[in-house]
Write a protein of this length. Structure first.
Length: 202
């Protein structure tokens, strides 16, 4: 009888409102960060407001401080999430490909990536904003650049070639997004793809 009672009490504890509330709070925070990570890649670090992000997450502005100490705290978390997403994307592409460098270049320097900054690489999307951001954001950005360089070095052979490859990739996407001439953007992307494939064979 005692065992039955104890089992029943443990079940109540495991499904207590407090545990449920904490789980819901964590899910809500993750949803806010995910939405913010898309918005900062689309519009930059200064553009998205707290009210806009909370509304998109289906929550009230007043609930914001249950999850974050400040807007800067949210933006930093959003940038970190965006950088992790880019890292995960690169890792998945490289791991699944017979020709890892070609696969990564084909995705990175593509019209699809250029047209969808909100779900793309944050290193390219935030390249013009990070220098004015918080130390936490700059540190996260630098770590991701280092990770890209480490991976690219394995693919192209040397650190020097890796730095050139990364700068070329990020620059191509940034410029292609900036120009308002589709034919010119396509030319930039095409030529960079060809150049980096040639680098791989050297």
């Amino acid at each position: 009888m005692m065992i039955v009672i104890l089992t029943w009490m443990i079940g109540i504890i495991r499904t207590s409102p407090m545990r449920h509330s904490q789980a819901e709070k964590a899910k809500s925070k993750d949803r806010i960060v995910e939405i913010a990570s898309v918005r900062v890649r689309e519009a930059g670090l200064e553009a998205p407001g707290v009210a806009e992000i909370m509304e998109a997450a289906g929550m009230t502005h007043g609930g914001f401080y249950k999850h974050f100490a400040s807007r800067d705290d949210l933006i930093a978390a959003a940038v970190e999430a965006a950088l992790r997403a880019g890292n995960d994307r690169m890792s998945a592409i490289v791991a699944a490909a017979d020709d890892p460098l070609a696969a990564f270049v084909d995705w990175y320097v593509s019209s699809e990536h250029v047209a969808n900054p909100g779900t793309g690489c944050a290193v390219a999307a935030l390249s013009c904003d990070v220098s004015r951001a918080s130390e936490r954001v700059r540190d996260a950005y630098a770590r991701q650049v280092e990770h890209y360089l480490s991976t690219l070095e394995q693919l192209v052979g040397t650190r020097e070639r890796a730095t050139v490859a990364l700068a070329t990739l990020v620059g191509a996407v940034t410029v292609a997004r900036a120009v308002d001439r589709p034919a010119l953007a396509d030319e930039i992307l095409r030529d960079v793809r060809a150049a980096l494939r040639t680098e791989r064979r050297q």
